[in-house]
Design a protein. Structure first.
Length: 117
């Protein structure tokens, strides 16, 4: 089964930084636009950021624009999310997946990000 593996989450104080990684061991998604999504307790999963297959184009949710940076290393089949100036409202489980819902595989386990005030 195709699998993406998220890592890098943790507990951080408000104002701190974290870098999330999304590994694609088989390189299955190397030619797809990829995205980061998050789901806070009691809320729907929401879009955070996306990056084109070649890394030349990115897009961000308004709530993270200017604080988060998405990037990818195609040689390592890994997508990253650098998060700075974290806020308590960024607390959520973060997932990566194909940006387009078409042909999107199931969601992985995600990585928990907790921001304390």
């Amino acid at each position: 089964q195709v699998q993406l593996v998220e890592s890098g989450g943790g507990l951080v104080q408000a104002g701190g930084s974290l870098r999330l990684s999304c590994a694609d061991p088989g390189g299955t998604f190397s030619t797809y636009d990829m995205g980061w999504f998050r789901q806070a307790p009691g809320k729907e999963r929401e879009f955070v950021a996306s990056i084109s297959w070649n890394g030349r184009s990115t897009s961000y949710a308004d709530s993270v624009k200017g604080r988060f940076t998405i990037s990818r290393d195609r040689a390592k089949n890994t997508v990253y999310l650098q998060m700075k100036s974290l806020k308590p409202e960024d607390t959520a489980v973060y997932y990566c997946n194909k940006n387009s819902p078409t042909g999107r595989p199931g969601w992985g386990q995600g990585t928990q990000v907790t921001v304390s005030s």
